[in-house]
Design a binder for this molecule. Structure first.
Ligand code: ADP
Length: 373
């Protein structure tokens, strides 16, 4: 269970790769981060044009307007910031923006830009109208960020030559370009950087219906036969995330080929996901272990996260960053000032009856944790 990676975590600096995409083969099926296997498939599974991009209706419509008006003006569009959790399609959208503009795209990531000089070198090679995609842009080094402000606003970089008193800044022109920044942590973005984006898009988790559409397309591309109900079964367990849906589809396909007739049906998906330890809500062993400890050993809480971590034999950080975000989002666990509390839904999910009149949080039948009595 220790193989799973936190949803948004450090990656080695200096690598020019999509941030958040850490190489690791032994991670859980339910992580939103891309693994080596995902990356091998994602190139072929990515939607290429805006029309193929499933869901995110509002973002798509707004982006269509931004791109179309830029095309009519014959100028590069405003800089675009895409914000949202991993696996929701930010990189895909960046590639689509370039494709829709008929522009070339340069791809890098915040952690890869360690020095202002790295960025200046990259900016100086851009041609007019190019798209520069910086993934995990909130992790860009500060001096590079300051250089980026000027480049975004004035299409100019000031290259500092020399040191100390003799240092001089030589301004260099940069061809008008469009910056597309992606971030999983928009709150960590500095105000000045955020202000320089003309268009900010917030990506939401996908509905099951949308995930079915994503998988239907992926199944076609991969040549995986499906029966009605197959992709629906997987969608409900994909945590609202296309990357997870595509990964589960591939694992169910493997199972279907080895243990069944090769077709992804509801029955096959159910049996496969039972083998892979992904339950009906998309919880894996660690998630269920946390709920199980919380409920069976500590009567549903409140209990401190350090205690839970010991109970499940994991690091506190793993419990906090890997398991809890989805448990909270799914309404199964609440973080309260007095500790973690299992909600009634968590008890029910484990097949247990929540104790009546117990202090619960939220939506329980008993008094809340903050009732004075
Ligand atoms: P992010 O950059 O936000 O982590 P990606 O753009 O890399 O996410 O998306 C991960 C994978 O999920 C892509 O390879 C693509 O196959 C799939 N995907 C994401 N969003 C969509 C979408 N809206 N429509 C179809 N496929 C999608």
């Amino acid at each position: 269970m220790t193989g799973r990676q936190p949803d948004d975590h450090e990656q080695p600096a200096g690598q020019e790769q999509s941030a958040g995409h850490r190489p690791s083969d032994e991670r859980a099926l339910t992580s939103a981060q891309a693994d080596v296997d995902d990356r091998a498939f994602e190139t072929s599974l990515r939607p290429r044009r805006l029309i193929d991009f499933v869901g995110q209706e509002r973002v798509r419509e707004q982006l269509e307007l931004v791109l179309e008006s830029a095309r009519r003006r014959g100028q590069p569009p405003d800089h675009v910031l895409l914000s949202g959790p991993p696996g929701l399609g930010k990189t895909s959208l960046a590639l689509i923006i370039a494709a829709e503009l008929g522009a070339a795209i340069r791809v890098t990531s915040g952690p890869a830009i360690e020095r202002a000089g790295d960025l200046a070198a990259m900016l100086s090679t851009l041609s007019e109208g190019d798209v520069l995609f910086i993934d995990e842009i909130h992790r860009i080094a500060r001096p590079a960020e300051e250089l980026l402000y000027v480049a975004m606003e004035d299409f100019r970089v000031d290259v500092v030559v020399g040191k100390g008193h003799g240092a001089t800044a030589i301004p260099l022109d940069v061809a008008p370009f469009t910056l597309v920044g992606a971030t999983t942590r928009s709150g960590l973005l500095t105000g000045p950087l955020r202000d320089r984006f003309g268009f900010v898009a917030h990506m939401d988790f996908y509905s099951d219906v949308e995930l079915v559409r994503v998988m239907t397309r992926s199944a076609e591309v991969l040549g995986v036969p499906t029966r009605p109900g197959g992709t629906e079964e997987i969608a409900g367990r994909s945590r609202g995330t296309p990357r997870i849906a595509n990964r589960l589809l591939r694992r169910v396909r493997d199972y279907a080929e080895v243990r069944a007739d090769g077709v992804v049906s509801r029955e096959v998906a159910r049996s496969a996901l039972a083998v892979y330890d992904v339950d009906e809500l998309g919880l894996d062993r660690l998630d269920r272990g946390v709920l199980d400890a919380l409920i069976r050993r500590f009567s549903g809480g409140p209990v401190g996260v350090a205690t839970i971590a010991v109970a499940v034999g994991e690091e506190v950080q793993t419990v906090e960053e890997v398991a809890e975000p989805f448990l909270v989002r799914a309404g199964l666990l609440a973080r309260t000032p007095r500790g973690r509390v299992a909600t009634d839904a968590a008890w029910t999910h484990l097949g247990l009856t929540p104790p009546a009149g117990r202090a619960s949080w939220p939506g329980g039948t008993g008094p809340t944790l903050f009732d004075p009595s």
